[in-house]
Design a protein around this ligand. Structure first.
Ligand code: UDP
Ligand code: MG
Length: 321
């Protein structure tokens, strides 16, 4: 008995990618045809492009491609929802047996998808694409990104080092992932939570071929902070420690003040002994309130259980009568 050939979905979030899109489409389609001709995947395989509320010609390009090609599905979100939500929209819409997510900018060489499929055929449910080096990233991006992975590890968040969102998932791994209902999506963390047999494909990250990075520093910082607070309670625990240490110090100061007042003659109320603890405790309290507030805001946004995206248009040959 031969096992049926699996169908593959490639999911590509796109935000203002008009410059690179025609090339990405060509490369991914060629890859799909190649894999189909090698009988690694079935002819029912598809590429899902999600337009994340782009302001340029991205959607008109995608629409035309989806109308013309049977293997292209175009999904338009109602507005810009961010990379993770756009990716999630694509994952939810796909119906295939294996699902690969990849960025539109070809920084993660799509040829690796073949190796990922090979790993899947060997029995792995999740295959992580891992950057073996980041020579093409700027020093700043490399430094901050790698430092971040180290920091996350220290905080007890289980991440695959230098793995972003280039990965393969089997249908059962994806279905498990879709059961996680949190609205603060940090997919690369959730996939680790899901478990299942996994392996790794290493590749060299290329420079972006066209267009600019859609992750300016502001978005990068907010993504990094979301990742930490969504997966680690260590900042909360750190508050307790800081609070403990500061109260120990305050007790020391209080004892000193008492001794000076009761057993010596130099009990002139100095401004330093008042001002210092005041400033110190004040600042520690503010810091703590800030961190607690962060988690409160997380609870707040989770408790609303808002939908992560809305599809305003979907173009696929399957929908046509
Ligand atoms: N992206 C998106 N929505 C956004 C920002 C980015 O869908 O709000 C997509 C973008 O089109 C690309 C991927 O997410 O396919 C990764 O973005 P980018 O390459 O700019 O990030 P970088 O590689 O610089 O971290
Ligand atoms: Mg990129």
């Amino acid at each position: 008995m031969t096992t049926p050939v699996p169908s593959l979905a490639i999911v590509v979030p796109c935000y203002n990618e008009e410059e690179i899109l025609p090339k990405t489409l060509g490369v991914l389609q060629a890859l799909l045809h190649d894999l189909i001709s090698k009988s690694k995947i079935s002819a029912a395989s598809k590429i899902y492009f999600i337009d994340d509320g782009s302001k340029d010609a991205t959607w008109s390009l995608l629409k035309a491609a989806a109308v013309e090609h049977r293997d292209v599905v175009g999904i338009k979100l109602s507005r810009n929802k961010g990379h993770q939500n756009a990716l999630y929209a694509g994952l939810c819409t796909s119906t295939e047996d294996i699902i690969v997510s990849i960025d539109a900018d070809l920084q993660d060489d799509p040829q690796n998808i073949e190796y990922m499929v090979d790993e899947y055929l060997k029995g792995n449910d999740v295959v992580y694409g891992v950057r073996s080096e980041r020579a093409t990233d700027t020093f700043f991006k490399r430094f901050t990104a790698e430092g971040y992975y180290h920091l996350m590890r220290k905080m007890g968040v289980d991440l695959v080092f230098n793995h972003a969102d280039f990965r393969l998932m089997s249908r059962r791994a994806l279905n498990a992932l879709l059961e996680y209902e949190e609205s603060n999506l940090f997919l690369r963390g959730i996939v680790r939570e899901v478990g299942f047999p996994s392996s790794v494909v290493e590749y060299q990250r290329q420079a972006r071929e066209a267009g600019e990075s859609k992750y300016p520093l502001r978005k990068m910082l907010s993504f990094a902070w979301n990742g930490i607070t969504a997966f680690s309670a260590i900042p909360l625990r750190a508050i307790t420690v800081i609070g403990l240490i500061s109260s120990l110090i305050s007790f020391g100061i209080i004892a000193w003040v008492l001794v000076t007042r009761l057993f010596t003659d130099n009990a002139i109320p100095g401004w330093a002994s008042i001002l210092l603890p005041l400033l110190f405790i004040g600042s520690v309290q503010l810091l703590c309130l800030g961190v607690i507030g962060e988690y409160m805001s997380k609870l707040y946004s989770e408790s609303k259980r808002r939908p992560k995206y809305h599809i305003s248009e979907l173009i696929s040959h399957n929908n046509k009568p």
